[in-house]
Design a protein. Structure first.
Ligand code: S3P
Length: 168
């Protein structure tokens, strides 16, 4: 059931989902949302602080809440999904899934130190690499479309998505 006309961007942490969501929103005139921003606003806490004070399981429950809400209430919207959001119960009902793909090395090169500290699951690079390898397979399975973002600037990525999906 994907009748909501939403486009949901998935991919590993730091791949640029929020940036692409905002540009795509401007380009298509569809509204844009970010699952992590929704959680930060209803929890009144940054993601890294939620992980630290309430733990990952609690954060995943917050994602479930967002997933259910999106699937029942939101349409005609571009959604940037946190890296683990694809695991939520209602994910498959939300919309067309666009996987933004990049190698782990390129992700590490493109994110700043500041962005690294915002992401609890990127603290330990070895563990993050293992997670990346597991996640890559899952993202592929969930994707309706895959866009390789490596060596492309955000505008090029957006143009590719717009052309591919005929989002004019
Ligand atoms: C996570 C990705 C993060 C954020 C949280 C957990 C994950 O979002 O939801 O730190 O499990 O991959 P971004 O992918 O936007 O960094």
């Amino acid at each position: 059931m994907k009748s909501l006309n939403n486009y949901i961007l998935i991919g590993f942490m730091g791949v640029g989902k929020s940036t692409i969501m905002r540009l795509l929103s401007k380009e298509t005139k569809l509204f844009g949302l970010d699952s992590d921003d929704l959680i930060e606003s209803f929890e009144q806490q940054k993601i890294k602080d939620i992980f630290q004070t309430k733990g990952e399981d609690y954060f995943r429950e917050c994602e479930e809440r967002v997933s259910k809400w999106l699937s029942q209430n939101v349409s005609n919207t571009i959604i940037a999904a946190g890296g683990g959001f694809f695991m939520t119960k209602y994910f498959n009902e939300i919309g067309t899934v666009i996987y933004l793909k990049s190698s782990f090395e390129a992700i590490l090169n493109r994110i700043s130190k500041d962005e690294l500290t915002k992401r609890p699951l990127l603290k330990d690079i070895e563990k993050a690499k293992d997670l990346f390898e597991k996640r890559e397979k899952e993202y592929k399975k969930k994707a309706d479309f895959t866009i390789d973002i490596e060596n492309k600037n955000p505008k090029e990525v957006v143009l590719e998505i717009v052309n591919k999906l005929k989002l004019f």
